[in-house]
Write a protein that binds this ligand. Structure first.
Ligand SMILES: [Zn+2]
Length: 84
């Protein structure tokens, strides 16, 4: 039963092979999951991603936030410098 959908590429509900590609799902903008859905009966299975992958994503999003903060500070400073 463990990772049945992911390994067998079969929907455990209806037995269909018509599954969507494995893709990333973000829940409550903090938790990352792997998601596979059946195109026939719309059954969805979620997987916890590997810790390594999860940490990489968390790091990427915090780098993005920091760069936004830096850009947010830098632009007004540059504008002020140019005006003076
Ligand atoms: Zn199905």
């Amino acid at each position: 039963m463990v990772e049945k959908m992911r390994k067998n590429k079969l929907c455990p509900k209806c037995g269909s092979k018509d599954l969507s590609k494995e893709r990333d799902a973000i829940i409550q903008s903090r938790e990352f999951f792997k998601i596979i859905s059946c195109n026939k009966c719309k059954f969805v299975e979620l997987y916890m991603p590997d810790n390594e992958e999860r940490e990489k994503k968390m790091r990427n999003s915090s780098i993005f936030l920091w760069s936004m903060v830096v850009v947010g500070f830098a632009i007004p400073i540059i504008v002020v410098v140019l005006l003076i």
